[in-house]
Design a protein around this ligand. Structure first.
Ligand SMILES: Nc1ncnc2c1ncn2[C@@H]1O[C@H](COP(=O)(O)OP(=O)(O)OP(=O)(O)O)[C@@H](O)[C@H]1O
Ligand SMILES: [Mg+2]
Ligand SMILES: [Zn+2]
Length: 456
């Protein structure tokens, strides 16, 4: 894997399942890779242009198209790739334009749309791609929304054109669990991605996710029309995340529901400031995010800006909100801030819009104000913390109405999980088809149930 080092400056050794996935694609197999959150699935498809170049004896790296559901995650990965000098871009939903990032300098030209200006040394200019360059294979890694790939006539033309189609080495679908999660009623293009298999019949196709049960792996492969897919699966357990479930009082009113959680959490932020463990609080609605944000602003007053005496500008605020209506710039700022070893932002109130794919090594704690409706969402969301192996925790609050049978879309496994009297980790891996956990530390570090059984 020499080019892993050469192309990416990768210093780590590839893991067993990463190698297996690469090998499977190299051998031309349609492949489903179900590997834990934070395992390193991105590097698998990111290395493919060079691997497939070698495989097919090409002059240039081949094109890998990545279908992915969240713009912010695409932006983040493309930005990272471009900073390493790799020709990557992400396309707009309409498929008429795209974006890549240039390592600065401001004097270089006039075609930069704007600057990502938080860090002088790592300044990147956002630039528009020339769609002819896309067509001619200048970009080796092309990220796009499923909609763009299967429903967009403009990009459809490029997909079918030569030499583009001749240069496509693999089509990857990231976060493929979204197919079963949202089903045909929402983002139906995710379901139609199977059409790409018929469009590129000689190309291996790759589907990736952290969260698919054995049955849903089969379903996903069917929907995508994979041909005799090779499954590469490993235990989803994240041993460094302590799992905690806590009861919340009944929902007296909208405010009480949040206040119960925020009182302690924001109190801790007020005391600890920059030492507060970087946390994401998942809220169930835009309205809840807005309320939590405002509560925190009111409670902290001048202390919301760090360090003391700092300018009262958003960049100096200790907390943030992230939801689908946040502007792209705001989303990008939050993501890049969370990726710093010591972010100013310590607490983010978020909806599912920040629920998957985010690789932010600083995050140490996930709080759910109420349980998500599926174990897939839960596992995805807690997977945002502890990405570099540090001890982290995931706390989910619930009350009876959160797990009442009339809650729309609630999977029964979620109710069993929060009401469990036995090891939560065991339940989680069991749901995803594994009988044993990877965790082998002290019961006090496993989950709240093991901890309390151990103490009593
Ligand atoms: N073999 C490896 N050894 C150590 N670190 C690795 C390895 N492969 C990837 N990484 C790092 O792991 C981190 C997580 O990678 P990535 O975001 O691809 O995870 P993921 O599997 O896609 O998770 P998610 O399911 O949450 O999207 C990245 O910082 C990446 O550089
Ligand atoms: Mg990922
Ligand atoms: Zn346990």
């Amino acid at each position: 894997m020499q080019y892993a080092k050469e192309q990416f400056g990768v210093t780590f050794t590839l893991k067993q399942k990463q190698l297996e996935a690469l090998e499977s694609i190299y051998n031309g197999n349609d492949t489903v890779a179900v590997l834990p959150t934070g395992y390193g699935k991105s590097i698998v498809f990111q290395l493919l242009p060079w691997l497939l170049q070698k495989r097919h004896n090409r002059q240039e790296p081949m094109i890998v198209i990545i279908a992915a559901p969240l713009t912010a995650i695409m932006q983040d990965q493309v930005q990272d790739l471009c900073s390493r000098g790799i020709a990557a871009c992400h396309l707009s939903m309409e498929g008429k334009s795209g974006t890549f990032y240039r390592k600065d300098s401001r004097d270089d030209g006039d075609d930069y749309d704007e600057y990502d200006n938080d860090d002088e040394s790592n300044q990147q200019a956002i630039a528009s791609v020339d769609m002819d360059d896309v067509k001619n294979g200048k970009f080796h890694l092309i990220y796009a929304h499923p909609e763009t790939l299967v429903e967009n006539r403009q990009f459809g033309k490029i997909l079918r054109s030569r030499p583009f189609s001749h240069n496509v080495g693999c089509i990857a679908v990231d976060e493929v669990h979204m197919i079963s999660e949202w089903g045909p009623s929402f983002r139906k293009s995710f379901e139609k991605l199977g059409d790409l298999v018929s469009l590129f019949p000689r190309t291996p196709h790759l589907a990736l996710t952290a969260t698919a049960s054995p049955k849903s792996i089969k379903d996903l492969a069917d929907v995508l029309q994979f041909r005799e897919p090779k499954e590469i699966v490993t235990n989803p357990d994240r041993p460094n995340i302590f799992l905690d479930v806590r009861q919340r009082p009944p929902n007296l009113d909208f405010f009480a529901k949040h206040d119960f959680i925020l009182r302690d959490l924001v109190g801790q932020l007020e005391t600890e400031l920059e030492r507060f463990p970087v946390s994401i609080v998942y809220c169930d609605s835009l309205q809840s995010v807005g309320y939590c944000y405002q509560y925190t602003a009111n409670r902290l007053g001048r202390k919301q800006y760090f360090p003391a005496g700092a300018d009262t500008i958003p960049e100096n605020r200790l907390f943030a909100q992230y939801h689908k209506d946040s502007t792209d710039d705001m989303k990008r700022q939050i993501v890049s801030e969370l990726q710093k070893p010591q972010p100013t932002i310590r607490l983010v109130f978020a909806t599912v819009a920040l629920g998957m794919g985010l690789n932010a090594p600083s995050v140490r704690r996930i709080v759910h104000e109420r349980p998500p409706t599926s174990m897939e969402k839960y596992a995805q969301e807690i997977g945002r913390c502890g990405r570099t192996g540090e001890n982290s925790e995931a706390i989910v609050y619930f009350n009876n109405s959160d797990v009442a049978s009339n809650r729309k879309g609630l999977h029964p496994a979620v109710k069993s999980y929060v009401e469990s009297n036995s090891c939560l980790r065991q339940q989680l891996v069991h749901y995803f088809g594994f009988s044993n956990v990877l965790f082998c530390g002290s019961p006090t570090q496993c989950c709240c149930i093991c901890r309390s059984n151990h103490v009593n």
